[in-house]
Design a protein around this ligand. Structure first.
Ligand code: AMP
Length: 123
């Protein structure tokens, strides 16, 4: 999967389409998911052009890496989900069914979220 500069999150970062912003830092942006799967469902993205976590951790600077992980935690606190707990999830590549080719971490919260994955036989 290569970086598509016209992916929807790149367009949000360029201000071409709107988002419901929660938090912004020098290197990261957090906004509400357009199709929420939980009472709280927010996406945190780096501003750099990274496809997924593999790309990001291979190429990003220490400053970008630190900014991004701190932005995830700070966003959860801004949303108030840290008290009852929340889940973070990042789909990376085909097996994970990543839909948008710009790294994003989902933050889910606001209700009990069930087990981590649907149980299926390991292959
Ligand atoms: P993933 O399957 O991990 O790539 O998830 C992509 C996520 O992006 C989905 O949860 C979508 O609902 C969300 N999404 C797609 N377009 C937008 C948008 N314009 N604003 C906010 N979230 C979006």
């Amino acid at each position: 999967m290569s970086y598509d500069p016209n992916n929807v999150f790149a367009r949000i970062l360029r201000g071409e389409i709107p988002c419901r912003k929660v938090h912004e830092t020098k290197h990261s942006l957090a906004f509400h998911d357009i199709n929420p799967l939980a009472p709280t469902h927010v996406l945190v993205i780096p501003k750099g052009t990274y496809v997924h976590l593999d790309d990001f951790t291979a190429k990003a600077s220490e400053e970008e890496l630190a900014d991004f992980i701190r932005a995830v935690g700070d966003t959860a606190r801004l949303l108030g989900v840290q008290a009852d707990g929340y889940r973070i999830l990042a789909n990376n590549g085909a097996n994970a069914h990543q839909e948008v080719p710009h790294l994003h971490v989902h933050i889910f919260g606001g209700r009990p979220l069930g087990s981590m994955l649907k149980r299926e036989p390991a292959r």
